[in-house]
Design a protein around this ligand. Structure first.
Ligand code: MTE
Ligand code: HPA
Ligand code: MOS
Length: 772
């Protein structure tokens, strides 16, 4: 079963927001943004802009009829700046013009006066000044403070990880239409149609029933449209509401990069204690999350960092504290992994530090401390159906861990200016929204009288293949061909009160709701068949569109059955609600059972570094992954490949740079690099682990969207391994991304001077003779 969309994608037939035919009278919007990162808004002068050709209206905060507030978790984010500006790129005014070009030209004619205030870009500086988004959180199990004295080895350090630009191919945008009842219909490129609906209603001072949000598909979201599609939709809606004309707002790439938040950079302190057998007995970690200028989803991201602070390891004594720090950068937001990767990077750094100091292979410490069945996470949920060791051992065997290690050593002994490096990266990722009430959704299934089927759920298709999976679930449950099934747009009037498509849980939640609705319809149809064709309900089934009674074809097939049910006035529509059972979490003590289950896996990464240039290649990424019982191996493998390469990008070449004035320097694809096919691993193997899946996973096929991103962390440590092989094991900071520039500096920790005409400084600084 292939993904249903790519055929249409490559032919240009798929409809994205920008493909929606424009309605007559449409006004095009452009957003005037703050040119300073912090200050008091003194004055705005629109006179020249309003006189410019084609300009219809310019709106500011004072024109908002409802509330100038779009904060989801904390009410700290105005839709349009009022009084103060808090980051460069913050929306200040909305310009509407007859063409997009005219709207953008008018932006340049707006004059603004801002009294500058001090700018903070560093989360540790923010924390020191008490600039916190929410009070700090601590997850604690055992007593780490009491354990240090009994540890054989204790190591401390600092780890830094950078931000990441989502770089969805389709930029943010929305198209708003005024409706006859004084409401607004919105087409939005959002992962969270209900969030867009709720915030737009709030901004316009309307009930949610006055706002309809429709989503066909996204050209990628990656978390960047979980919360941050809202401002653009609310702005377009504001324009449509006030002018009674359709308003379209689409960000160009550079505006999108400047104005939207990214993955949170973190700066963290760690302390790790091991016993004489290399068992980790204690771990303390403090995370400083760079939240940006408003909360957005930062508190939830922060929480997931804490949930994943110990990755796939069992550590009996853990104290993990996290600070969400307010800085003058665009509010950072959800990004594949949702804080999990940032937490895992630190524990992997701590283990690497211990291994480097002790002179043992990192993998030795990693393997000894993997989670086992029944081990408790710091939040007291036990690891159940735990495949951490199975994943590791399968990867080691399947891809010949010992052989790779020997090959790397051999290569490094015989090569001076090229070095290979190697790392193992186990992962463990919890599936469910960590906010328990978000784990609910609905499916609305219509069987039409000709036997075709239309399905609406809360799921948003963003390339991850959720529509294909839902169609498969329905086809299986109803016993019919997938060609009869249409997955409808995601629309707030058909399925209300949805959570965003996120947390990797979209297929599980919406698939389960679909399964329930289809099972109810199947039962109703089969009960009808009993009456109509005098059959026994026991042993009755629909298979390949044929009704079977105890395995024998009955005198009706799907089409006839549906038609006859319709004429006998049997309801052919069903609506099901699914809420993941068994979840609870008490945030006052940070304990409970927040996840339906965990996903496991292990990746082996091999790299080669060119020690003259600092450039490198990822030679192989070999993964053993716990899919459970995958019912779409093509899509699932695609998620692993895409996620892992995105993780490699985060850890290597993707470097977000702001200057001290809070201005984004990496503001285009000239200065911000994401991996392309040449940067992807030369070999990328995915081994499907033989695991039973989990009953809470849809058809026992486990969630797959986010977990593979964290395999990319292995590339950082493989590069570090190669660099250390060259520069003679001098201490290096733990600082991602490992850009070629950083690799080059790391290769020559004491620098290279032009006073080395022999080039001797380019050779490893070691006592032992260099092999020729
Ligand atoms: N895959 C594609 N092609 N495009 C995307 O935007 N988003 C990722 C992941 N895989 C994404 C993707 C993120 S951040 C999440 S949470 C999941 O897909 C969401 O979809 P799922 O819940 O259906 O896995
Ligand atoms: N993951 C993704 N998105 C979310 C979550 C989560 O755990 N919680 C709230 N939004
Ligand atoms: Mo994904 S970061 O939960 O959208």
């Amino acid at each position: 079963m292939n993904h249903l969309d790519p055929h249409r994608h490559v032919r240009g037939e798929s409809q994205y927001l920008d493909d929606v035919p424009t309605q007559q009278g449409t006004l095009y919007a452009a957003v005037f943004e703050s040119p300073l990162a912090h200050g008091v808004l003194k004055s705005l002068d629109f006179s020249a802009a309003l006189a410019a050709p084609g300009v219809a209206r310019i709106f500011t905060a004072t024109d908002i009829p409802g509330h100038n507030q779009i904060g989801g978790i904390v009410a700290d984010e105005p839709l349009l700046a009022e009084g103060h500006v808090h980051f460069r790129g913050q929306p200040v005014a909305l310009v509407l013009a007859r063409t997009e070009a005219q709207a953008h030209a008018a932006l340049k004619l707006i004059k603004v006066e801002i009294d500058p205030l001090p700018i903070i870009t560093d989360p540790r500086v923010a924390a020191a000044q008490g600039e916190l988004i929410v009070p700090p959180r601590t997850f604690k199990i055992g007593d780490s403070a009491d354990t240090w004295a009994s540890c054989a080895h204790v190591f401390e350090g600092v780890a830094e990880s950078g931000g990441q630009e989502h770089l969805y191919i389709e930029t943010q945008g929305a198209y708003a239409f005024p409706t006859e009842m004084g409401g607004v219909r919105l087409i939005s490129s959002t992962q969270g149609p209900t969030a867009v609906q709720r915030h737009t209603a709030h901004v316009l001072g309307l009930g949610m029933h006055q706002i309809e949000v429709d989503v066909t598909r996204l050209g990628g979201g990656f978390g960047g449209k979980e919360d941050q599609a809202t401002p653009w939709a609310a702005l377009a809606a504001l324009g449509a509401f006030l002018t009674k004309k359709p308003v379209k707002l689409v960000l160009d790439r550079m505006a999108d990069m400047r104005m939207t938040g990214k993955r949170h950079p973190y700066s963290s302190d760690f302390k790790i204690g091991l016993d004489a057998n290399l068992k980790i007995t204690a771990y303390e970690v403090t995370f400083f999350q760079n939240a940006g200028a408003a909360a957005d989803l930062s508190p939830a991201v922060l929480e997931r960092t804490l949930f994943h602070a110990t990755n796939a390891y069992f550590i009996p004594n853990v104290t993990a504290t996290a600070f969400s720090c307010r800085t003058n950068l665009p509010p950072n937001t959800a990004f594949r992994g949702f804080g999990g990767p940032q937490g895992m990077f630190v524990v992997e750094s701590a283990i690497a530090k211990a291994a480097e100091e002790l002179g043992v292979p990192t993998s030795e410490i990693q393997r000894r401390n993997l989670l086992r069945e029944g081990d408790l996470f710091s939040y007291r949920q036990p690891a159940e159906m735990c495949h951490a060791e199975q994943a590791w051992d399968t990867a080691a065997q399947e891809f010949d861990l010992a052989g790779i290690r020997a090959e790397v050593e051999q290569f490094n002994q015989t090569n001076k200016l090229k070095k290979k490096g190697f790392a193992v990266m186990p992962i463990c990722f919890g599936i469910s929204f960590t906010k328990t009430p978000m784990n609910q959704t609905r499916a609305l299934v219509h069987i039409y009288s000709d036997g075709s089927v239309g399905i609406s759920t809360g799921a948003v298709e963003m390339g991850q293949g959720v529509n294909t999976k839902i169609a498969q679930v329905a086809a299986r449950t109803l016993g019919i061909s997938i060609s009869r099934i249409k997955i409808e747009t995601t629309n707030t009037t058909r399925v209300a009160n949805t959570s965003p498509s996120a947390a990797s849980a979209t297929a599980d939640l919406n698939g389960k709701a679909t399964e329930m609705a289809c099972a109810a319809l199947r039962e109703r149809l089969l009960r009808h068949a009993c009456l109509e064709y005098t059959l026994n309900y026991e042993g009755l089934e629909i298979h390949d569109e044929q009704v079977l009674a105890a395995g024998v074809p009955a005198e009706t097939d799907w089409e006839k059955l549906v038609s006859s049910a319709f004429w006998k006035r049997v309801a052919l529509t069903e609506n099901a609600h699914y809420a993941t059972p068994g979840l609870h979490f008490d945030a006052s003590v940070n304990q409970g059972h927040p996840f339906a289950y965990h996903v496991y896996g292990t990746a082996l990464t091999s790299v080669t570094v060119d020690c003259l240039r600092g450039t490198y290649t990822v030679d192989a990424l070999q993964i053993a992954h716990d899919f459970g019982q995958s019912f779409n191996p093509v899509i699932d493998r695609g998620q692993i490949e895409g996620g892992a390469v995105q993780g490699i990008g985060w850890m290597t070449m993707e470097e977000i740079a702001y200057n001290e004035e809070g201005r984004l320097l990496s503001n285009s694809l000239n200065s911000y690099k994401i991996p392309d096919i040449y940067a992807a691993p030369a070999v990328l193997d995915v081994h499907f682990l033989d695991t039973p899946g989990h009953p809470r996973a849809i058809l026992r096929s486990k969630a797959v969207g986010e977990p593979p991103l964290m395999y990319g962390i292995g590339t950082y440590f493989a590069l570090r391994d190669a660099v250390r092989a060259f520069q003679g094991h001098t201490a290096l900071p733990f600082s991602a991304p490992m850009t070629p520039e950083k690799v080059l500096v790391s290769l020559y920790p004491t620098g290279v001077t032009s006073r080395d005409p022999s080039g001797a400084a380019l050779l490893p600084r070691r006592e032992e003779p260099v092999p020729s």
